[in-house]
Design a binder for this molecule. Structure first.
Ligand code: NAI
Ligand code: ISE
Length: 344
């Protein structure tokens, strides 16, 4: 069985996912595309030589009975309307982060999905498919370092654009740690506080950079997460979990070691695309396989999208107040408890 994808948003990551579904993965095919920029949609069909219909908007694409899956790679604020419409039409959905820009929006998706009586939606939190994170989780789940007590993490981008503002350090960037860290330790968040260290001269007026988030979980694990998006030297993701009996850390990205000019050096990547390339491949292959073999996606759910949105709202509030802000989730519906999420 081949899953037929309709893509909403043919920008950067939309095209990358189209490329991987068409040329690298198995079991999927692009049959429809749309973009508010119709030229971009048409160009995409040409560039990737797709046998796909170009639709004027997401509604027309969702209505196509040849579309089994709606791949949502438009801008964040547009996600909710497309996902709700696709779910109401009974289509599977793979939605890039954020699932919706508000917790209420995510809850509307949760409700629409529960009404359909089966899981249809997966959120693009690809770190759960990164081999380093998967190894970290196995070590923690096997109790090899005892109970986790603290996490030290860092999310560093070399540079961001002029339109990237202080809140986007949360909604665009920290959101990946928000999803990955509670998943790593099987715990829910309780509170968050933010401090702003001395600002780098490389940042602009509307961006406080770097930022340091202290997030506490219900069991008392304290997570210190740095977001630094003008770090200059490269794209760098760090995560170290300190347990009662040992410490486990993400591996460094593998690169050759060079001896030259009296120096021993190794490369650092400069872009998330390369750092998480394998994770995106595994993530989307797993999405395709779980639907074709088991009838529903098994990756991050709409409820995970909701957790991320509630936490993200609290982090943005904490940026504004400077106070410790509570992170309060509604009770998890049994619908999202059915089985443990599977990853690679
Ligand atoms: N998982 C990850 O690591 C990453 C996730 N993302 C997420 O993917 C999404 C897209 O990001 P990019 O591709 O970088 O942005 P982009 O700006 O390159 O592409 C977005 C495309 O969506 C189109 N679009 C916007 N609203 C639309 C609508 N209502 N209907 C149809 N088309 C619409 C735009 O015209 C544009 O072509 C964002 O939500 C972003 O946060 C982006 C980069 C990495
Ligand atoms: O999702 C992503 C980007 O949108 C974001 O801007 C980067 O900070 C993240 O590292 C990347 O994974």
């Amino acid at each position: 069985m081949t899953l037929r994808f309709g893509v909403v948003g043919t920008g950067a990551i939309g095209r990358e996912h189209i490329d991987r579904i068409t040329n690298k993965l198995s079991g999927g095919k692009i049959v429809a595309v749309t973009d508010v920029n119709q030229e971009s949609a048409k160009q995409t069909v040409e560039i990737y030589q797709l046998d796909a219909v170009v639709y004027p908007d997401d509604k027309a694409l969702i209505a196509d009975e040849n579309v089994d899956v709606v791949l949502v790679t438009s801008w964040g604020p547009a996600h909710e309307a497309t996902v709700v419409a696709a779910v109401e039409a009974g289509k599977y959905v793979f939605c890039e982060k954020p699932l919706a820009t508000t917790a209420e929006g995510c809850m509307r998706i949760v409700e629409a999905e529960m009404k359909q009586g089966k899981k249809l939606v997966q959120v693009g939190f690809m770190r759960r498919y990164d081999s380093g994170y998967v190894q970290l989780k196995q070590v923690i789940d096997n109790n090899e370092i005892g109970a986790p007590l603290m996490i030290r993490a860092a999310h560093r981008n070399p540079i961001v654009g002029e339109n990237y503002t202080t809140d986007m350090a949360v909604t665009d960037t920290l959101i990946h740690e928000i999803d990955a860290l509670h998943w790593l330790v099987n715990d829910d968040y309780k509170s968050v506080q933010v401090v702003f260290p001395r600002k780098t001269k490389y940042s602009h007026d509307k961006l406080q950079d770097p930022q340091l988030f202290t997030i506490e979980t219900n069991s008392g694990i304290v997570m210190s997460v740095e977001v630094f998006v003008n770090c200059k030297y490269g794209y760098d993701i760090q995560c170290e979990v300190i347990g009662e009996e040992g410490i486990v850390k993400l591996p460094e990205f593998s690169s050759v070691v060079m001896r030259k000019d009296e120096k021993l050096s190794t490369g650092i990547l400069n872009d998330w695309k390369y750092r998480f390339m394998d994770a995106y491949n595994v993530e989307i292959q797993d999405f395709i396989d779980s639907i074709t073999k088991k009838g529903e996606p098994e990756g991050p759910t709409s409820w995970d999208g909701y957790i991320a949105a509630v936490t993200s709202d609290a982090c943005v509030k904490a940026q504004q107040t400077g106070e410790k802000e509570a992170i309060t989730l509604q009770e998890r519906p049994a619908f999202y408890n059915e089985k443990e999420l599977q990853t690679v």
